[in-house]
Ligand binder design. Sequence first.
Ligand code: FE2
Length: 374
Amino acid sequence: METITKTVSNQSTDTFPINGTDFIEFYVGNAKQAALYYQHCFGFELVAYKGPETGSREIVSYVLQQDKIRLVLTSTLNPNHEIAKHVALHGDGVKVLALWVDDARDAYEKAMAKGAESAFEPIEQSDEDGTVVLAAIKTYGDTIHTLVERKNYHGVFLPNFKAKKSEAPVNSIGLKYVDHCVGNVELGDMNKWVKFYQEVLGFKLLITFDDKDISTKYTALMSKVVSNGNGYIKFPINEPANGLKKSQIEEYIEFYRGAGVQHIAVATDNILETVSKLRQNGVEFLYVPENYYEDVLDRVGEIDEDIEDLKKLNILIDRDDEGYLLQIFTKPVQDRPTVFYEIIQRKGATSFGKGNFKALFEAIEREQAIRGTL
Ligand code: FE2
């Protein structure tokens, strides 16, 4: 297996054009409390809401925004609703990776013609602010891609949501946009889902990491990164590889009860400030030992930041041909050891921090050992 395969052609083969990530929707047990966590720990502003007060009898959703990142936190009041079953099975987790398109009907039809499985057919929703068209196709596990056409809509989010502001002031922590969203799939399924993105959505295979790239003494995984033509959408897909002990991907799949979104990487222009604030706000991060910093500059060369500042905040550094990047990973953000966040600042580098994989996976193994799941 090749270690790193970079595409040389920039020519788009997209089945339909994608303008970016429209929103990421979590199904959660208690959207009201989750919304407060994202406001006061992660610096998201509450911008919209639907629930009983707005005529939504069974579903409650909070819409949060920070720069280009939009999160939707959804719960149900009905124990028999599909959302309740999703939460019972998976715990809090990502249901929707929504893609912003110009023509949702056309996108849906083209994807279906190329073999996509439907999650729901195109529907039109309207209110006094205009009309949106939504459709959705299935991806790994119970996750779906909703296709969002909003060119004829000028409301705050989607029809039937009402604008709502945070109750208390929220301090932005400088998060800018979604850099990439990673899926964990079952052993043997990585290539199936890479093929899905290539054949159904016309994405390109950007990079391949095999189990020699991503392994520690105990565990291993494999990963392939697919991307759309303009590069706004990057989906790494991980699968476990055989190791001496249970890999973090197997742990995820065991606790999530199947394939699903493992982490969401969000970009900042100032990782030192972003991570300082996140730490002050109580967000927990994976710990990488101090000896990581002893020789890291030998590996990555000159950087703008003071290494002592990075060390104090436990931020990791990696370099590729085009520049360097700074990154750090939170601990899981719910009780189950499933979804977490990556905070990333790119200073030229377009890669994914291969040089940090070993240190990171050893950090995850230490957490697994504490949980008794290594
Ligand atoms: Fe990542």
